[in-house]
Ligand binder design. Structure first.
Ligand SMILES: Nc1nc2c(c(=O)[nH]1)N[C@H]1C(S)=C(S)[C@@H](COP(=O)(O)OP(=O)(O)OC[C@H]3O[C@@H](n4cnc5c(N)ncnc54)[C@H](O)[C@@H]3O)O[C@H]1N2
Ligand code: MOO
Length: 407
């Protein structure tokens, strides 16, 4: 009877495309609040403002080498060494170079007034108080780090929306910042529904399945730097589920629900969300896995009801939850794939549905992994990305470019 069914459009069920879903979400983006954070605790967050430097950096002309400070003169490689003076890093006294003089200096030390070039000690000959060096190896300004060479006072050194990486922490530390204004992270509640769920640690019995979605979602949030997370399990029982959803909506900026969002007699999530006054943005996307994804909002909260099949939960998090939470935290360009890479093998597909496939990106090529069914987690250990085969695409030949989203 269903032998001629070609694609989900034929089912006359209202479903939107992946592109439409992402357009809707980008229109309804919710942003976190600017907050002050100690710099050392801000790793992975995003700047809420442009950062001007409070100083010229370097703050003073200083030596890039252990050697000798001189004033450059073409065709003159001899100077008189000032024997009693050594300028070291951290030196507070301001020295002045005399005419035709060389002064001993070390890396990071302030350059004496009048000097403009540093000759490293390897290229120097000292004979009594006579200093000479290999002039053809250098030019005026060699090995001198000028005041303001990194940035001038008032220069914008980091832009709003930039991620606080270890490198960014270094840059902001170099201008003396110990606190930054970043965008707050969301607090996230996860509800795992299903009478069949068994907690890890207990033996598995007939009819049960280990709750793998909980650990996946928690780990994914941790990877995004989101650590205020509470997990709860809920049986497929409307009153209890409603109580858990209502309680989580009181506490969390984003509520992720796994399972119970399809059309079965024990799928109560959608009804519970309606009762909780969650405004639906969409329900069901022409994609596999993850077709019955529900996304809604209430006040400034995100609600994602992720289809319970493990591959659906993982894909929907990667494609929709992650970008929305990253946008909340102040990241820009959240919808961009990591890149476009060629397929290693041919791939057979019918048009009318987008496929998200667990894959391995290796040496610039995409291997689609075996075991793509929605229940099957076998590829999770080796996959490092999700490959997107677009809705309109039909069969693909090896070498065809596809969008790739690294975890
Ligand atoms: N008649 C129809 N049935 C189904 C349809 C449909 O269109 N018509 N859609 C199928 C698709 S596609 C998906 S995806 C699933 C989504 O179902 P639910 O979101 O209601 O999820 P559940 O039924 O609760 O569970 C589905 C599956 O996943 C396992 N599961 C659930 N939670 C977890 C967890 N935390 N860890 C590991 N595994 C979990 C659960 O045992 C089920 O096997 O609906 C199809 N049905
Ligand atoms: O959308 Mo379901 O994800 O095919 O299992």
């Amino acid at each position: 009877m269903f032998g001629n069914l070609k694609n989900p459009k034929d089912l006359n069920i209202k479903m939107i495309s992946v592109t439409e879903a992402k357009e809707i979400l980008s229109k309804y983006i919710i942003k976190g609040q600017p907050v002050y954070m100690p710099l050392e605790e801000s790793l992975g967050m995003f700047l809420a403002e442009d950062i001007p430097s409070g100083y010229d950096i370097p703050f003073f002309d200083n030596s890039a080498m252990d050697g000798y400070a001189i004033a450059w003169k073409d065709a003159d490689n001899k100077r008189k060494l000032r024997p009693e003076t050594k300028i070291r890093a951290g030196e507070l006294e301001g020295f002045v170079l005399d005419e035709n003089e060389a002064i001993r200096i070390f890396t990071g030390a302030p350059v004496p007034k009048g000097a403009d070039t540093i000759i490293p000690q390897e290229w120097v000959k000292i004979d009594g108080n006579t200093f000479s060096f290999e002039i053809d190896k250098f030019e005026k300004g060699s090995n001198l780090r000028s005041q303001g060479a990194q940035n001038k006072v008032g220069d914008i050194i980091a832009l709003k929306g930039s991620e606080i990486t270890p490198g960014m922490i270094g840059l902001l530390s170099s201008v003396g910042m110990h606190e930054v204004r970043v965008v707050s992270k969301p607090k996230v509640g996860i509800i795992l529904t299903g009478d069949e769920l068994e907690e890890i640690g207990k033996p598995l019995s007939f009819g049960k399945v280990y709750n793998s979605n909980g650990p996946v979602l928690k780990a994914y949030l941790k990877q995004l730097g989101i650590d205020e997370v509470e997990l709860a399990t809920a049986l497929d029982e409307p009153a209890k589920l409603q109580e858990t959803i209502d309680r989580f909506l009181e506490k969390y900026d984003a509520v992720l629900i796994s399972g119970g969002i399809s059309v079965g007699d024990y799928d109560f999530v959608k009804g519970s969300l309606e009762k909780a006054r969650v405004k639906e943005l969409f329900y069901k996307i022409r994609q596999k896995p993850g077709k019955p994804l529900f996304v809604g909002q209430r006040e400034n909260q995100w609600i994602f009801a992720l289809p319970g099949n493990p591959a659906s939960t993982l894909t929907c998090f990667n494609q929709y939850v992650k970008p929305c939470l990253m946008a909340w935290m102040g990241k820009t360009n959240v919808w961009e794939p990591t890149g476009i890479y060629p397929l290693v093998n041919d791939f057979i597909k019918k048009p009318g549905i987008t496929l998200f496939l667990k894959a391995k990106l290796e040496n610039g090529s995409v291997h689609i992994l075996p075991g793509q069914e929605s229940f099957n987690l076998i590829s999770y250990g080796t996959a490092n990305c999700i490959a997107e085969i677009a809705e309109e695409t039909e069969n693909l030949q090896a070498g065809a470019p596809v969008n790739v989203y690294v975890w």
